[in-house]
Design a protein around this ligand. Structure first.
Ligand code: GUN
Length: 297
C-alpha cells in the first residue's frame, strides 16, 4: 500500500511570509513608508472576525501597515462605498480587502467593482479576473495562487499534466483553472452538474477540490500517485458528543493510501491564503510605486 505525503502548507506559508517581510525594509527606504493593507469588516460574524484579526496580525508581523475598518451590520451601501472610495484615494493604502460574505442588503458586486483594481489584493475585480484570463499582469485571488505555489513546489513543471478542478466559484475554481492552464496543464472543470465525477477525478494527475462538501472525494476515486489540493473547510460532528472538527472536501485518510501527496485540513491551503494576501499587498505596493515586482514570490 502506498503512503502519500502530507503537504505542509503551514510551513510553506511561514516561509513565504518571511520572504515577503524581507522586501519591506527596501520598500520603506525607497518610499518613506511600509506597504499598507486595509481590511474592511462589516458586522460581527465570528468566523470573519477571526480571519480579519489573523490578517491584521500577519500584516504587522511582515512589517507592513494594517488598517482595520469595522462597520456595523446595518451600514448603508452608500457609507460602505464611501469608505472604499476613501481607501482608494489614500496613498498609504496599497491593498483593500472587504471581507466576504457581506450582509444581504449590501450589493457585494458593486462594492468589489468600486475597489481600485491596482489595490484589489483579493483579485476579485473583473479587471483582474479579465487580465488573468487573457494572461496579462494581474492581481490573482489568494487561495488559488497559494494552491498553485504548493503544486509547483511539490511537482516542479506542471506542463502536460491532467488537472481536474472541482468547483466553479469566482474565488477558487475559475481562477484556479486559469492558473493551471497558464502552466500548460490539460484542465477539466468539474462542478455539481458534472456526470460521473468519480471517472473524471480518476484520470487526474492533479486534483483541486473546492466545493465545500465534507469528504465528498473518496480515496479510491484518485489516480495512484496523484497530487491533491484540498481547499474545503467543512465543520462536522466530532467523535465526542458536542464536539466538532474540520474536514476537507477529500477523505484524507483514505486518500493517503492512493495519492502521491495531499494537503491536510487544517494546515494545508488555509495558511497559504493569508501568506498570499501579504504577497499580493507587497506586489501591489511595488507596482503602484513604479518599482519592479519583488523577485521569487
Ligand atoms: N471570506 C473568506 N475568504 C475570503 C477572501 O479570501 N477574501 C475576502 N475578501 N473575503 C473572504
Amino acid at each position: 500500500m502506498t503512503t502519500g505525503k502530507l503537504i505542509d502548507g503551514k510551513a510553506f506559508a511561514a516561509q513565504l511570509r518571511e520572504r515577503v517581510g524581507t522586501y519591506v525594509p527596501a520598500f520603506h527606504q525607497a518610499q518613506g513608508r511600509a506597504p499598507g493593507l486595509a481590511v474592511v469588516l462589516v458586522g460581527e460574524d465570528p468566523a470573519s472576525a477571526v480571519y480579519v484579526r489573523s490578517k491584521g496580525k500577519a500584516t504587522r508581523e511582515a512589517g507592513m501597515e494594517s488598517f482595520e475598518h469595522r462597520l456595523q451590520d446595518d451600514v448603508s451601501q452608500g457609507d460602505l462605498m464611501a469608505i472604499v472610495a476613501q481607501l482608494n484615494a489614500d496613498d498609504a493604502v496599497d491593498g483593500i480587502l472587504v471581507q466576504l460574505p457581506l450582509p444581504d442588503h449590501i450589493d457585494d458586486k458593486a462594492v468589489i467593482a468600486a475597489i481600485d483594481p491596482a489595490k484589489d489584493v483579493d483579485g476579485f475585480h473583473v479587471v483582474n479576473a479579465g487580465r488573468l484570463a487573457v494572461g496579462e499582469e494581474a492581481l490573482v485571488p489568494c487561495t488559488p495562487l497559494g494552491c498553485l505555489m504548493l503544486l509547483k513546489d511539490h511537482l516542479g513543471d506542471l506542463a502536460g499534466l491532467d488537472a481536474v478542478v472541482i468547483g466553479r466559484s469566482n474565488i477558487v475554481g475559475k481562477p484556479m483553472a486559469q492558473l493551471l492552464l497558464q502552466e500548460s496543464c490539460t484542465v477539466t472543470m468539474a462542478h455539481s452538474r458534472t456526470r460521473d465525477l468519480e471517472a473524471v477525478v480518476r484520470r487526474a494527475d492533479i486534483v483541486v477540490a473546492g466545493v465545500g462538501r465534507a469528504e465528498m472525494v473518496r480515496g479510491d476515486w484518485l489516480k495512484p500517485g496523484a497530487t491533491v489540493i484540498d481547499v474545503g473547510i467543512n465543520r462536522v460532528a466530532g467523535a465526542q458528543e458536542g464536539k466538532t472538527r474540520l474536514v476537507g472536501d477529500v477523505a484524507t485518510a483514505e486518500a493517503l493510501a492512493h495519492v502521491g501527496a495531499i494537503t491536510p485540513v487544517p494546515g494545508g491551503v488555509g495558511p497559504m491564503t493569508i501568506a498570499c494576501l501579504l504577497r499580493n499587498t507587497l506586489v501591489a505596493a511595488h507596482r503602484r510605486a513604479g518599482m519592479p515586482d519583488p523577485e521569487g514570490l
